[in-house]
Design a protein around this ligand. Structure first.
Ligand code: DHB
Length: 513
């Protein structure tokens, strides 16, 4: 045999094998699993195959976080197409490793239901690597989101090899994780992320999802400060005990919010515009609906937190997004600051409980209710999110995640940048404006820039003060206006938390399939 030809063939062979290996780096290996089990709270043992520590990008920057785990139950659901629950454990915009399923949250429950579970890790504000002796922060925005999108692409790229249907991905997260879930739901296949994903070596596959489960999403970050003050400034001189300087910041932010609310051009369920004038009434409907449901389930609601009860065995009409509870007074206007009531006292002798299913609520004094929320967990001081350098030097989790890869935190709103630098004309630079924009799901819903998930489950506890009620409510309303199916509620007595009422969640999941 011609030696040259043989060498050429060998070389070509080697080259094509390595090219193949290269192109197959993202191929799922169905034979690489361990057998695992977990015991559910009711004692039931769930057994499953665990595929763990899978790298989901070719160009791994941070091997601690850029991996995912997949869990496939032995007893699969009997639905024709099996969904995949993709649960992120991101909290506080920090990094999160790929975790194992837990019997006490949606991951264990999904396995029990016979669904496939994927738990990706992702980089975040505190993840670092050392390069040439220097510490590099790997998880500044939007990197955590990009990792989750790459994980989705991995599932979709390997649809034929991974059990479950990658066109039926349900993303699930709480708080910053809820924000990520909302972004995954809102930004599917969007070109804005393509250059980053390409650089990371993410799979060439779609990244839109079927459904997004969002518990208390800490999102709309560049408006969250004004939304917080617009809602809670009524407590500034009451339970919040703000200083004069804090009140000035609070009122400046609150004033900016009305224009923002109006700019959203949202529509209520009855077809009329939602605006800054009628927004408080809109919000009250959801809080009243939440309290009604609690009353009907036998909960006790104190009569000191703002609700007015009436007795009527027929109950109220309406319910759902834009329910038709009719306010008796207040005419949809914010009362003037000095007219607002002080927080109620919660001494034992002062709490008459209502637990009668024949009692219904005719009205809610929103300021009183907001003071009640603030009495449970003290409110954040203004600005609640972009706080660094305005009145205190300390960076918030959001300042950190919008920082640079040297670990320096940054402002992400003109408002806070101007206050920190004492330059009323200061503006965020182009790069920051872009990073902030691609971290906000509100910029994609109702546009043709992305494939938005058709199904949404959004929850924000009725006593959760980590962000303004306006944030989840605007998100839900905008999605509904865009024709998406939205299951939204402010569950009674829930603080900042997630993956609760799993019966309700899994009933909803089944209903969407
Ligand atoms: C989280 C909570 C916050 O209040 C916040 O500002 C950011 C993140 C969280 O729990 O993830």
């Amino acid at each position: 045999m011609n030696y040259k030809l043989l060498m050429c063939g060998l070389l070509l062979g080697t080259a094509s094998i390595s090219a193949m290996a290269q192109s197959d780096l993202l191929k799922f290996d169905p034979s690489r699993f361990t057998r695992q089990s977990l015991t559910m709270p009711d004692g039931q043992k769930i057994t499953y195959k665990a595929y763990e520590g899978i790298y989901y990008v070719k160009n791994i920057e941070d091997s601690t976080y850029q991996t995912l785990n997949i869990y496939v139950p032995d007893k699969m659901a009997e639905t024709p197409r099996i969904p995949i629950l993709l649960r992120t454990y991101i909290g506080g915009y920090a990094a999160s490793t790929a975790k194992s399923p837990s019997p006490s949250d949606a991951t264990g429950r999904a396995l029990k239901e016979g669904y496939v579970v994927c738990i990706p890790g992702s980089r975040g504000s505190n993840s670092t690597i050392t390069r040439n002796g220097k510490t590099i922060y790997t998880g500044i925005a939007p990197n955590g989101l990009l990792d989750l999108k790459a994980a989705i692409r991995y599932l979709r790229y390997n649809n034929a090899l991974i059990p479950g249907e990658s066109e039926l991905i349900f993303t699930d997260g709480t708080s910053a994780g809820g924000a990520m879930s909302s972004l995954l739901g809102a930004t599917g296949n969007c070109k804005d992320y393509e250059p980053y994903l390409k650089k990371m070596g993410a799979a060439q596959a779609p990244d839109d999802v079927f459904a997004a489960i969002c518990y208390c999403p800490i999102t709309d970050l560049n408006h969250a400060d004004m939304e917080y003050e617009w809602l809670y400034s009524c407590t500034n001189t009451g339970i919040r005990h703000l200083s004069e300087k804090q009140i000035a910041i609070s009122e400046e932010l609150a004033t900016e919010c009305s224009a923002y609310i109006n700019s959203l051009n949202l529509i209520k369920k009855d077809g009329t515009p939602l605006n800054a004038e009628n927004y408080r009434e809109y919000l009250k409907n959801f809080l009243i609906e939440s309290a009604h449901k609690a009353l009907q389930e036998g909960c006790e609601i104190p009569d000191t937190i703002g609700f007015t009860f009436y007795q009527n065995r027929q109950g109220p009409a309406g319910g759902g997004l834009g329910g038709i509870h009719q306010p008796k007074h207040n005419n949809g206007q914010r009362p003037p600051l000095d007219d607002r009531r002080q927080a109620p006292s919660f001494g034992p002798g002062n709490t008459r409980q209502f637990s009668r299913t024949s009692d219904f609520i005719s009205e809610l004094d929103l300021d009183k209710y907001l003071s009640y929320v603030a009495s449970i967990t003290p409110l954040k001081t203004p600005p609640a999110f972009d706080q660094m350098g305005v009145l205190i030097p300390t960076p918030s989790p959001e300042n950190k995640v919008f920082g640079n890869n040297q670990g320096e935190s940054a402002n992400f709103t003109d408002f806070s940048l101007r206050h920190r630098t004492h330059n009323p004309k200061a503006n965020l630079d182009k790069e920051m404006i872009h990073r902030v924009a691609i971290m906000n799901p509100m910029n994609y819903i109702g546009t043709d820039k992305s494939t938005v998930a058709p199904k949404w489950y959004i929850r924000h506890g009725a006593k959760d003060r980590d962000t303004s009620f306006l944030v989840p409510l605007n998100l839900a309303t905008k999605l509904q206006n865009a024709g998406k199916s939205v299951n939204f509620a402010l569950p009674w007595n829930r603080p900042h938390s997630g993956d609760y009422n799993l019966d309700d969640l899994f009933r909803w999941i089944a209903s969407t399939l």
